[in-house]
Design a protein around this ligand. Structure first.
Ligand code: ZN
Ligand code: ZN
Length: 147
C-alpha cells in the first residue's frame, strides 16, 4: 500500500492521498475517468472489495479474485462522459504486456460505476512506446528491467 505522500499509482502526478485513495474509501468520483483511475489504483494496491463495489450491479461479478499482477503504469488516451480509453502496462513473466481497453461507465444513484469494456492484450513491441507511460521505447525501459 503506498503511503500518504506517494504519487498515485494512476499516473496523475498527485499524491495517492488526494487522488484515488479517497475514492477507494468511498468518496464520490467526479467523473468516469476519476472512477476508472481509482479502479486501476485499486488493482495496484489490492483493494478487491472496492473493485467489486465500483462495478455496475448489472455486470458485477460475485467476487473479484485477488491477483498479483505487476502493473507498470496507466495512460489515459481518451476520456469521454461515460467512456474512457486507456493503456495499462504490466509484466507477464519477463514479457512487457499492453492492455488497451475502452471501458464504459454508468451512473447509479449519483455514483459512477464500471459497466464493461472491450480490451485487447498484446505483448509490447520493442520499438514502440513503453506501456508504462514513460515515453521511452519499451526496449530501453521496462523490457530492460526484466530478468
Ligand atoms: Zn489517482
Ligand atoms: Zn516502461
Amino acid at each position: 500500500m503506498p503511503d500518504n505522500t506517494d504519487t498515485c499509482p494512476c499516473g496523475s502526478d498527485r499524491p495517492f492521498a488526494s487522488c484515488c485513495e479517497p475514492v477507494i474509501h468511498g468518496a464520490t468520483a467526479p467523473s468516469a475517468e476519476a472512477l476508472m483511475r481509482s479502479r486501476y489504483s485499486a488493482y495496484v494496491t489490492g483493494a478487491w472489495a472496492y473493485l467489486r463495489e465500483s462495478w455496475h450491479p448489472d455486470t458485477r461479478p460475485s467476487r473479484v479474485s485477488p491477483t498479483n499482477t505487476d502493473w507498470l503504469g496507466l495512460t489515459i488516451l481518451k476520456s469521454g462522459t461515460d467512456t474512457v480509453e486507456f493503456i495499462a502496462g504490466f509484466m507477464e513473466g519477463a514479457r512487457v504486456m499492453t492492455l488497451h481497453e475502452t471501458s464504459r461507465f454508468a451512473q447509479v444513484d449519483g455514483h459512477w460505476r464500471y459497466l464493461d469494456g472491450v480490451c485487447d492484450v498484446s505483448e509490447a513491441a520493442r520499438n514502440s512506446r513503453c506501456p508504462c507511460g514513460s515515453g521511452k521505447k519499451t526496449k530501453y525501459c521496462c523490457m530492460k528491467k526484466s530478468p
